[in-house]
Design a protein around this ligand. Structure first.
Ligand SMILES: Cc1ncc(COP(=O)(O)O)c(C=O)c1O
Length: 392
């Protein structure tokens, strides 16, 4: 049968990136002793207050069709949250609710970039960005993120990549997989480039509430002058340990939301009312779990760094946020992919090769910080033993 060019383009996107993880899962399924440090999921259950709210809403019959832009109570709660975080009024008609950041990203991208358009994005990048841009029919233009700039996207690199075909810059702060958080200066400079070339800025902020320590978070939306060109996407997946509830949103200008709505209605019809109710409750108060997760992940990143520094030549890039740490394995003479395969085969530790997130991480691996402390320590023991040529 014949498939569309979109399906064929996506088939080529990223499948190889998960090969080590897939092998690890197969080995785990057949009972092998594997420490899985590849994937990051919140390390606590969804707070009961949120699941209770969803169950109560279900029992109250909130299984009707939703308003297509999202339930009014949730859009009002989002307006309050963003108004209070940004210190100026962000009206409810500037939000559209989606089942998670991923659908928001997909729909937003389809609304602003199409065939012939280019979208500038930092390399490395979150695993689905290539597919999101390709699904819109546009072309991803990766610009390398440099370790010497803490992997923060640099405006000068964006400016050098802009062509007449550029329609958008896809920003991710805090960033997966590097854990970088853009500074106010970074955001200001990126905004200037976007303004100069009349570009959209799509800002994926799913790790907003998972910042380690006191690093300040600055959204491109905080600059009122950029309001018409910034679209933020976010969800409760990370902040409220609720990735399976699939509840996210986008924030853009009122005009953007109005123009995007027919596209949203072609894909879905708002998010489920009972989940909207639980989300409205979740975002109306500070998350009961985000701070604890951020503290635990920060602690494990430091521990990983200290242990590897003490016993090996591997260098850890300490993340400023999120669930992952990058480790530079170039001192072993191997690529991240070779290292990850050997680590799995020889000592039973699964990590992601950095190259799964972009060519610029060829000599890096990504380690998830979400395993419990005891298991995490065993993982560190095994990595150290592997690098030093000993079996644990
Ligand atoms: C950077 C980034 N964006 C988006 C997502 C997807 O988030 P959601 O569960 O809200 O669809 C993830 C999930 O890991 C992510 O790391």
């Amino acid at each position: 049968m014949r498939y569309t060019t979109t399906v064929n383009r996506l088939a080529a996107e990223g499948a190889d990136g998960w090969a080590v993880y897939r092998r690890a899962k197969e080995q785990m399924a057949s009972g092998a002793d594997i420490i899985e440090m590849a994937i990051g999921e919140p390390d606590v259950p969804t707070p009961e207050s949120i699941t209770d709210a969803a169950i109560d809403a279900l029992r109250a019959g909130r299984t009707n069709y939703a308003a297509s832009a999202g339930e009014p109570a949730l859009r009002n709660a989002l307006a309050e949250r963003y108004s209070s975080r940004l210190g100026r009024e962000i009206e409810a008609d500037r939000f559209i609710c989606f089942p998670g950041t991923q659908t928001a990203l997909y729909t937003v991208m389809r609304g602003i970039a199409g065939p012939g358009d280019e979208v500038i994005v930092g390399d490395p990048m979150y695993a689905t960005y290539g597919s999101v841009i390709a699904a819109a029919g546009a072309t991803a233009v990766p610009v390398p993120l440099h370790a010497e700039h803490g992997f923060r996207l640099q405006a000068a690199d964006i400016a050098a990549a802009v062509t007449p075909a550029t329609s958008a810059v896809l920003v991710n702060t805090p960033h997966n997989p590097t854990g970088a958080v853009l500074t106010a200066d970074d955001v200001g400079a990126i905004g200037e480039v976007a303004d100069r070339h009349d570009l959209w800025i799509v800002s994926d902020e799913v790790y907003e509430d998972m910042i380690h320590g006191g690093t300040p978070f600055v959204s491109p939306l905080s600059d009122q002058r950029l309001e018409k060109r910034v679209v933020v996407v976010n969800s409760i997946s990370k902040s409220h340990a609720a990735p399976g509830l699939r509840s996210g949103w986008c924030v853009g200008s009122a005009e953007f939301c109005r123009r995007l709505l027919p596209l949203c209605e072609a894909v879905l019809f708002g998010n489920q009312p009972f989940i909207a109710d639980a989300t409205a409750l979740a975002i109306s108060t500070p998350s009961p779990v985000a701070e604890g997760m951020a503290a635990r992940f920060a602690g494990r990143a430091v521990r990983l760094s200290e242990r590897l520094h003490e016993a090996t030549d591997l260098r850890v890039q300490l993340p400023s946020a999120g669930m992952f740490a990058l480790v530079d394995v170039s001192s072993t003479g191997h690529t991240g992919l070779q290292f990850a395969n050997e680590l799995l085969d020889q000592v039973g530790v699964a990590v992601m090769p950095g190259s799964s997130f972009g060519a610029s991480l060829e000599h890096w691996i990504r380690i998830s910080l979400t395993r419990g402390d005891a298991e995490f320590d065993i993982g560190c023991d095994r990595i150290i033993a592997h690098v030093n040529g000993a079996r644990p």
